[in-house]
Design a protein. Structure first.
Length: 291
């Protein structure tokens, strides 16, 4: 167990940050573990973020999270980036090793823990479809590949972004078959019929007026298959609703949010994260937001 200083400060850097549930989750964990710490929100415009990170050796936090839009740019300011974060191309958690700032990607671990632990889904040997080719999709594709998935089709409005993921992952995971296509292409429809797991890693479904990320008629009748949306608010997106209606298994992104936070806390404190307490804190914070 790591020895702690009396008071520690943790936080999250991003912009905008009005939506973040991380303080509620981490404060609840610190309280449960008896750690004297506070988790602050630093909503920084790009110029302020750059200024701060240029003097990263002077930052007096014990560890921090990074979110949109700085998950990629933060890497150049760190002393070390873990290989998985480097392949994913994004860092969401930064912790101290001696005086060095080390960047890692707990979104990937959080995604896998949610899928395997909460969803009861084992990716080994399976076929997957990932909708979207942003940072979250990259973490999901890396996680699925690491767990031995057989095939992944990645679809994005910008197919070059999907191709870039496929090319980056091929260098690390030689046995996985990657296909990259345009969102809405017929290949997506075909792959969804054959897939074992379909993941929405786009922001489509966050807003009530959003279009369908997958046409309802493309949701297979045979199954059950596993549908996971990385969105957690709303808890049931139209993507999950359509899958539920056809009898498929579904999971939203709350578990991913919880476990990425739990892993971050473990990196920072060396203690086992109290995930039950953290989940309750997240659910309560979501309830407050809904009011
Ligand atoms: P991002 O960087 O904006 O990437 C989203 C990607 O999806 C973009 O490339 C976007 O293309 C693409 N896209 C948009 N509409 C599409 C469609 N209809 N079909 C296929 N691709 C489409 O966002 P992100 O950071 O990866 O996050 C994606 C989602 O995951 C967000 O909703 C976020 O809240 C969620 N997330 C959840 C967790 C969690 O812990 N649960 C963690 C991270 C992210 P354009 O560039 O053209 O828009």
């Amino acid at each position: 167990m790591k020895k702690h200083k009396s008071f520690q400060l943790f936080g999250i850097f991003g912009h905008p940050l009005s939506h973040t549930l991380s303080p509620a989750m981490h404060e609840a964990a610190f309280h449960k573990l008896g750690i004297d710490a506070h988790y602050i929100v630093l909503d920084l415009v790009p110029a302020a973020f750059k200024k701060l990170m240029k003097r990263s050796s002077e930052i007096s936090l014990s560890g921090f999270n990074i979110t949109v839009p700085y998950k990629e740019t933060v890497m150049k300011y760190l002393d070390c980036v873990r290989p998985e974060a480097s392949t994913i191309g994004a860092v969401n958690t930064v912790f101290k090793e001696g005086k060095r700032w080390v960047g890692t990607n707990t979104d990937m671990e959080g995604f896998l823990m949610a899928l395997i632990k909460d969803g009861g889904f084992s990716p080994s040997g399976k076929k997957a479809v990932v909708l979207g080719a942003g940072g979250a999709a990259r973490a999901a594709v890396y996680g699925l590949s690491r767990e031995g998935v057989r095939e992944i089709l990645i679809a994005d409005c910008f197919p070059q972004k999907a191709r870039k993921i496929a090319n980056d992952m091929r260098k690390v995971f030689k046995r996985v078959r990657y296909q990259a296509v345009s969102a809405g292409a017929l290949e997506v429809k075909e792959a969804v019929q054959k897939a074992d797991v379909i993941i929405n890693a786009t922001p489509i479904g966050l807003k009530p007026q959003d279009p369908r990320v997958l046409p309802e008629s493309w949701v297979p009748r045979q199954g059950p298959k596993f549908f996971m949306d990385l969105i957690y608010n709303p808890a049931v997106t139209p993507f999950l609703k359509a899958a539920k209606r056809r009898g498929h298994k579904t999971l939203n992104g709350l578990g991913m949010l919880l476990y990425q936070g739990a892993r971050a806390l473990e990196h920072w404190t060396g203690r086992k994260a109290p995930s039950g307490v953290m989940r309750q804190a997240l659910l309560q914070a979501l309830k407050r937001k809904g009011k």
